[in-house]
Structure formats: structure tokens, C-alpha cells
Design a protein around this ligand. Structure first.
Ligand code: ZN
Length: 420
């Protein structure tokens, strides 16, 4: 795969970033490229179980659909997506062998890209043309690598046995897209699962074979519904949702630490109230918890829910809760990590191979990996080092595009070791 093509693909994705569940242009591009290479490509409900879709906001979906139509995505393709983004390309060698799944995420983040003249996407003319949105986490690079691997699979089809499934997952940010993909069942025959992230804590030339320190997390939207009343004349007739949300916030921030491991709780958003002289009838909170293990994380979720219920009862307001995102922890399988290390060590451009390093974040590929492991398969999550100009999710973020080719070669090496 020529590095120029990989760079061009990455830059095309970069120029039109789409936020989770609205990646219609992105998915259309992927489907067309993958089918052009000769893959069978599944999309819509075949890869996303609608009942498990997390944090999908209809207004954002509709805006994405409108943008897709404006940009000439065909009705036939949109029909195939059925309102659900993401897709999976399948290669079947026709020869007995393992089924291997590789996952690439496709969404962007809510960041306005830097307008600084020295920012490379501005210099080279591929900065985001979708205001408020930016590929500031490297998922544009992940898709480019995924397409590069796809082309490699087709070019090397005679050397492979078994099946290869290439998953292009929507809505990683906010950890929303993996659960419905897992629940669709597309991974249930998978023997080996691999996923990688560009950059993070590793610079160009470094590979971290097996990430650790994935925190379990659950994202919860909480809504209190009270009753408006005249704040001067008849305050006793109102039911105060704002007061409930404030109490809930301070109590949640006071949840005790867990003795068996790391915990986090954050109330990131609190919107409440309608007017100065009206008892506030509506309050909305965006809350997240994290835990080192599923047990600890469940403790945090239970505490948050209990507080919300207690406060709702105390202030006599209605309560609605909605889980809008989730991820679990992951222990990479040693067998897979060994394969990654062996492939990385053989690569002339890789100068440092670390067996492991903690990520200390959350990533919903863990849900896909867990699904594979639950069926007796093996999984790994590795880091492809890449120099970057700023931290992930920052407006100045950009990464070393030379690592795209290395990413393709690492995945190709893995496929050769496991499926030839
Ligand atoms: Zn990311």
C-alpha cells in the first residue's frame, strides 16, 4: 500500500469529520471503497443491534443524513445503512482456518479545529470543513489503516486461510457504538480480535503490544422533572428540579472511594431552570463513573442511581435515567500480545517494543474484545506510536502520517502469523 494513498485517504476523512451516530458520509465512503476492492460489506441492523444503541441523538442523526444527501450519498446506500452508521467488510478465503476480526473506529470529536497557520491541516489544505467537529483523536488515521489492511488482504488473498472481518465501528467517543455492534452477534464466531490506537503515549517508532489500565465506565444521563410555580406568590406549589440536581451533584461527588481499586465520578453537565421567578421544573445532568474492575464500576453506578432516586423522592420530582455509553476493562491475551511483539520486532522502522503500558482511559473496543473472549477467542489492544503536535482531543492535534503505513504492515504481519 503506497504511503501517498494512505495519507490521501486519511486527509479525506479528516476534511469531513462526523460525530458519533452521524457518520453517514464516512460510512458511505468506506462501503464504496471496500466493495470496490471486492469485499462483501454489511451495514445497518446486520452490524448494529438497535436495542443496544447508546447515546444516539436524533437531531444529530438528522443533521448527518442531511449532510450526506447534500454531499451526494445515494439513497440506495442510505437505505442500506437504515439510519445506523458503521459497517463490516468480510473476506472468506474458502479455506479452513481461524476467523480474525480487526476493529477500526470512525467518529470524530466535538472540537473546533485550530485555525493557526502552522497547523499542518491548514498548511496542506485538509482541515475540517464541518464546523465544530474535528478528527482530533486519530480515528481518520485508523480508517485509513483499515482500508490499507483491506487492500492488503485482497492483494494477499491466496496466502490467507479462514476469514477476516474488518469492523468499522461508529460512535467510539462517549463509548457508545461497541455494545450494539457486539450484540449484533457479528463477533460470535471470531477466534482472534485485534484493535490498535495511534499515538497516545507512544511516539513514532514505538509499539506497545498490550495496553492495560482500561477503566470500566458507564455514562448516565439523569433528568429531574418538577413542577413550575410562581416563585413569589405560590412557591409551595412548585417542585424544584434544580434543587434536586444540586443535591444529587454534591452527594455523587461524595460517593466513598472503593477499597479494592480506582474509582472516578464526574458530573460534567448540569442544566436547570427556566426563568428567574419560576420554580425550576427541569434539570438535566450528564454523569460518568469509572472503576478499575466491573465490580467496582457497578458499585459506582449503583451509588449514583441510589442517590438520584433518593433525591427525587426527597424533592418530590420525577426521575428519568438513561445509560448513554459504556466500556469495560480488558486483559489482553498473552498469545496475541506475543504475536504483536514478534511482528513489531521484525519491522525495521520500529525501534522500541514495549510489552505493556497502562492507558488509564476508557475505550469501548473492550466490549468487543470481551465478547470474543467470552466465546473462547483471544484479544489484544495495541498502540501504534506516532509523534503528535498536541494531546488527543485538542484543537492543535495532528499526528505523524508516516505511521499509517507501519500500522497497515503491523496488522498485515498479524494476519500472516495467525491466518497463513
Ligand atoms: Zn480515540
Amino acid at each position: 500500500m503506497s504511503p501517498e494513498v494512505l495519507t490521501q485517504w486519511r486527509r479525506e476523512f479528516h476534511a469531513f469529520p462526523e460525530i458519533g451516530w452521524s457518520e453517514f458520509v464516512t460510512t458511505a465512503t468506506l462501503i464504496e471503497r471496500l466493495e470496490g476492492m471486492g469485499f462483501a460489506v454489511l451495514s445497518g441492523k446486520a452490524v448494529i443491534h438497535p436495542e443496544f444503541v447508546r447515546g444516539r441523538v436524533q437531531l444529530i442523526v438528522d443533521a448527518g443524513l442531511a449532510a450526506a444527501r447534500e454531499r451526494g450519498v445515494s439513497e440506495a446506500l442510505l437505505e442500506r445503512m437504515d439510519g445506523l452508521t458503521g459497517c463490516m467488510a468480510v473476506f472468506d478465503s474458502g479455506r479452513p482456518g481461524p476467523t480474525i476480526a480487526l476493529r477500526f473506529d470512525i467518529d470524530c470529536v466535538n472540537v473546533n479545529e485550530s485555525t493557526a497557520p502552522d497547523h499542518i491541516p491548514n498548511q496542506e489544505g485538509f482541515a475540517s470543513t464541518n464546523p465544530g467537529y474535528m478528527h482530533a483523536c486519530g480515528h481518520d488515521g485508523h480508517m485509513s489503516i483499515g482500508l490499507g489492511v483491506a487492500q492488503w488482504v485482497m492483494d494477499n488473498r491466496e496466502r490467507l486461510k479462514g476469514k477476516v472481518k474488518l469492523l468499522f465501528q461508529p460512535a467510539e467517543e462517549g463509548v457508545r457504538g461497541a455494545r450494539p455492534m457486539a450484540e449484533s452477534g457479528i463477533l460470535d464466531d471470531v477466534d482472534y480480535f485485534a484493535c490498535a490506537h495511534l499515538s497516545f503515549s507512544a511516539s513514532s517508532g514505538t509499539v506497545i503490544a498490550a495496553s492495560t489500565g482500561f477503566l470500566c465506565t458507564v455514562k448516565i444521563d439523569i433528568r429531574f422533572r418538577g413542577k413550575p410555580a410562581h416563585a413569589g406568590a405560590e412557591p409551595h406549589l412548585g417542585r424544584n428540579a434544580l434543587a434536586a440536581a444540586c443535591h444529587a451533584t454534591t452527594q455523587m461527588l461524595g460517593i466513598s472511594r472503593h477499597g479494592e481499586g480506582m474509582t472516578r465520578v464526574n458530573v460534567g453537565v448540569l442544566h436547570a431552570g427556566e426563568g428567574r421567578n419560576v420554580t425550576p421544573a427541569n434539570a438535566e445532568m450528564q454523569v460518568e463513573v469509572r472503576g478499575e474492575t466491573e465490580k467496582i464500576n457497578t458499585f459506582m453506578v449503583d451509588e449514583v442511581m441510589r442517590i438520584a432516586q433518593g433525591v427525587a423522592s426527597g424533592f418530590d420530582v420525577q426521575l428519568e435515567t438513561e445509560i448513554v455509553g459504556e466500556a469495560v476493562d480488558l486483559i489482553c491475551d498473552a498469545e496475541m500480545a506475543d504475536h504483536v511483539m514478534a511482528v513489531a520486532r521484525e519491522h525495521p522502522a520500529i525501534t522500541e517494543v514495549l510489552p505493556t503500558k497502562p492507558l488509564n482511559g476508557s475505550e469501548d473496543a473492550t466490549i468487543l474484545a470481551r465478547r470474543v473472549q467470552a466465546h473462547g477467542g483471544k484479544a489484544v489492544y495495541f498502540i501504534i506510536g506516532a509523534d503528535r503536535t498536541a494531546g488527543h482531543h485538542q484543537a492543535e492535534f495532528d499526528f505523524d502520517e508516516k505511521q499509517l503505513e507501519i500500522g497497515v504492515e503491523l496488522f498485515a504481519g498479524l494476519l500472516l502469523r495467525m491466518a497463513s
